[in-house]
Ligand binder design. Structure first.
Ligand SMILES: Nc1ncnc2c1ncn2[C@@H]1O[C@H](COP(=O)(O)OP(=O)(O)OP(=O)(O)O)[C@@H](O)[C@H]1O
Ligand SMILES: [Mg+2]
Length: 294
């Protein structure tokens, strides 16, 4: 019997060849961290709001399977999730949920791990569906779960760029470095572009010191260049916004954290894509499957 992952790779390859004529492709950015609870979901949602404000079409995928982060933050209970697409019950467009300010998101549901168990036709259906997102979104943000789990690593490896979130806490910094190092050890030639974001800082100086430290050790010991993408201050308005289940960029647009999110969103949009043309979402899925099958 043909290995499922191999099967999937073949299908996706066909799909990618077919897609070359399609000029639409989304920029896929995974929001990740070593340690949990550092602010990834808030980063994902607020970057989405900021991108949206400057006319970008954004979809967030809640890849924190089980815990439904985005849903809690936006106060929405979705009826369907990615497993309904994986199982062929729904099209991807049916499970896109509209949140405040037209932020769109997709709930991950029980997990991409289900993919490995599908047969050829089911996989084909899934990949075709996923590549529809390339036509709908300019940017796809993937919010990952807490901790250095296999799933978090997989999503980080498959993306062309990651926003790595840390806070000034020493454990958060060492866990961020552990994530970089794990990516390096697993495949030093396939480390994604890493954009470091320091959240909950007291001031800019603190943020700068932390990113410099992480930049230096990554360069020195792993020869990896990471970029700093900015800092977000510790902000009580953000905590209030979580309680209101409304992103701070909407509920308190003039707050310090909202201003910081705006600046970071601009920086990401203006970042040079040295590497390449944008990766198609279907190609992202292919890489994800490669990662899962290894
Ligand atoms: N800039 C900030 N200022 C103050 N508090 C913050 C800030 N960012 C995050 N928080 C607090 O940290 C909590 C956790 O944030 P969030 O849920 O975004 O983290 P996470 O990394 O997604 O967590 P998990 O790993 O569990 O998914 C928030 O509910 C909020 O109370
Ligand atoms: Mg989260």
């Amino acid at each position: 019997m043909m290995d499922q992952a191999e099967n999937l790779r073949r299908i996706v390859n066909n799909r990618i060849n077919y897609d070359i004529t399609n000029s639409n492709s989304s920029r896929v950015i995974t929001i990740t961290s070593g340690k949990g609870g550092v602010g990834k979901t808030n980063v994902a949602v607020n970057l989405a709001v900021q991108f949206q404000k400057v006319g970008k079409k954004v979809i967030i995928i809640d890849a924190d399977f089980g815990l439904a982060n985005i849903e809690v933050l936006l106060g929405i209970v979705p009826k369907f999730n990615l497993s309904d697409v994986i199982n062929g019950r729904k099209n991807i467009t049916d499970i896109i949920i509209k949140g405040p300010q037209n932020i769109k998101f997709i709930s991950g549901g029980s997990g991409v791990q289900d993919l490995i168990r599908l047969n050829k036709n089911q996989l084909n259906y899934f990949i075709k569906n996923m590549s529809l997102l390339d036509e709908i979104a300019d940017i796809i943000l993937i919010d990952t779960g807490a901790g250095l789990t296999e799933a978090v690593l997989s999503f980080s490896k498959a993306a062309e760029e990651i926003v790595l979130v840390t806070t000034p806490e020493p454990t958060s910094i060492t866990d961020a470095y552990a994530l970089i190092k794990t990516l390096y050890i697993q495949d030093k030639n396939a480390v994604p572009n890493i954009k470091l974001l320091v959240n909950k800082v007291d001031n800019e100086k603190e943020g700068l010191e932390i990113s410099n430290k992480l930049k230096q050790v990554s360069k020195k010991f792993l020869n990896i260049e990471i970029e700093e993408v900015g800092y977000i201050p510790y902000d009580r308005n953000l905590i209030k916004s979580v309680k209101l289940q409304d992103p701070v960029s909407i509920s308190f647009p003039k707050s310090e954290s909202s201003k910081a999110f705006k600046k970071i969103a601009n920086k990401i949009l203006n970042a040079n894509h040295k590497d390449k043309t944008k990766l198609q979402f279907s190609a992202f899925i292919k890489r994800l499957m490669d990662v899962f099958s290894n």
